[in-house]
Design a protein around this ligand. Sequence first.
Ligand SMILES: [Zn+2]
Length: 281
Amino acid sequence: MPELPEMEIVARRLDAVLPGETIESALAPGINALKTFDPPLQALAGRSFTGVRRRGKLLALELDGNLVVLLHLMSAGRLQLHPKRASLRDRTARLLLRIPGDRELRMREFGSKQAAWVKVLRAGELEAEPSLAGLGPEAWPDPPPLRELLDAPRPLHSLLRDQQVITGIGRTWVDEILNVARLSPFKRGDDLSDEEGEALRDAMVSELGRVLDVYEEQVALPLPEKFPKPTRVHAHQGEPCPQCGTVLEAVFYEDYVMTYCPRDQTEGRVLKDRRLSRLLK
Ligand SMILES: [Zn+2]
């Protein structure tokens, strides 16, 4: 669930307090989310934070000695700066970076999938790091023109969530962006007019910016387990469209929902429920 706005506010909040703090110890308890072994996790002890940056949905904790902790929370990970240390029996804990004052930067993961990951890298290795090298341009604050970028025979709903095409957007904010741009989730990228491409780009910048503004007001350290959800469309099926008041419809997939306005986005058509069509096959 953490997408660009969530990771951006996490980066801002941590970057405001972590630089200068020294890691006392580093632990990766329980299920091993740590995907690298050289340099070892223990190399982090004694290092000080120099900055925290976001790239797409990834976060880089920069340390002196040219070390970087790169992490991806995937769908169910959380990162919080706790004023107290966790019990080592906390089964959701994946990475604990302990800093003075008994505080702890804690990555946890909820749910049944174990997908969140951490890498300890040398700064010089970042350029070749596959999880970064393949990323498309940032969806915010200044994405490139979209008609050219999305020129592929694939639906917008999937293109916009493809991190190699454009990075930062997931299942939640894609619904909001497409609604504001008044575009069908199933419109093909190579079918966008110049005008539609521009409307989509404007919607992307304004929606992600709107969400960030809300987080700037509402999200504080130690960082929430659950973020506020300033959604107006995603998972709001049955409620009025924020643009026109028509009742929002949804397509349900196995583990997520795609919500849209039939009047603004699909020329009045209500799309098939994928769950039903699968059952009926
Ligand atoms: Zn509408």
